[in-house]
Design a protein around this ligand. Structure first.
Ligand code: ADP
Length: 264
């Protein structure tokens, strides 16, 4: 089994203030997936510009101050859920048009968090889809939270990767992003940032100002999830899905074309 993440930075125009798909990347990557050989595959995608603007605007996941604030946040929940669902439909359609048997799996219909971490999530459905030969496509979403102070929160695709990785023990976990891998610091800001072949701890990065913080934690959040997963014995690799054939090469078992996150 392979778990493949398609970063919001790759399949959407992430910096856009409005939801904007990157059709070229999405269709090319769908084609690469269709051309690859795999037995079981789960695709997880990020929300990018389909989720972040409204999640941020309505401050989903921050403490609820009063009834009025809660009503506003619930409206934001509905809006965000609707946008990321639209993105998921576009992703599944693109995959299916290229010949991948993609089925949609909506986190907010079966996952509950507690203090922003997955608390209940029954994987029977995903396992059944895999057994039947489908490719489940799950994604970053908004979900209810058991914590009384926040009540709802954003669940990142990266946390889903961590959870699926821990519970399904895949052979490979591949994360496609818009950079070549993990650098010593943010390569979009610092020219002297150096690409790392392997990372075993957040300490491998220059802490100060190096981490991109979005509503789901950016590279810092991603790396924290992946290091936690590596400690459980599940290695992962971040590759540049913006580059032609990288997703295909990684799915076809090529290793080391990005940064490998492994146990210390
Ligand atoms: P995605 O949407 O692909 O899941 P994010 O946008 O959350 O990923 O994170 C990728 C972004 O993180 C890159 O575009 C890059 O600008 C930023 N970033 C910050 N620090 C680093 C770093 N040390 N190495 C690589 N990328 C970094």
């Amino acid at each position: 089994m392979i778990i493949l993440k398609l970063g919001g930075s790759v399949i959407t125009k992430k910096e856009a203030e409005e939801p904007l798909i990157d059709h070229d990347n999405l269709n090319r990557i769908s084609g690469e997936i269709a051309d690859s050989s795999f037995d079981k595959l789960i695709i997880v995608h990020g929300a990018g510009s389909f989720g972040h603007p409204s999640a941020k605007k309505y401050e989903i996941g921050s403490p609820v101050t009063d009834e009025e604030d809660f009503a506003r946040k619930k409206l934001g929940f509905c809006i965000t859920q609707s946008w990321v669902k639209k993105l998921n439909t576009l992703v599944c359609d693109s995959l299916r048009e290229k010949g991948v048997l993609a089925v949609s799996v909506q986190p907010s219909s079966f996952i509950i968090t507690k203090n922003k971490r997955i608390h209940s999530c029954n994987l029977d459905l995903i396992n059944k889809y895999l057994e039947l030969g489908f490719v489940p496509v799950i994604y970053g979403d908004v979900v209810p939270d058991l914590d009384e102070s926040i009540k709802i929160c954003v669940l990142s695709g990266d946390q889903i990767i961590n959870y699926l990785g821990e519970n399904l023990k895949p052979m490979r976990v591949i994360l496609g992003s818009d950079v070549d891998g993990i650098y010593t610091k943010n390569p979009k800001k610092y020219e002297d940032a150096k690409l790392l072949n392997t990372v075993t701890s957040c300490d491998d990065l220059v802490a100060e100002g190096s981490l991109n913080v979005d509503v789901t934690g950016g590279m810092n959040g991603k790396l924290t999830e992946l290091i936690e997963l590596a400690q459980l014995g599940v290695e992962s690799e971040i590759i540049n899905a913006g580059k032609e054939n990288f997703v295909k090469r990684a799915l076809n078992h090529e290793k080391g074309i990005g940064t490998i996150i492994k146990k210390k």
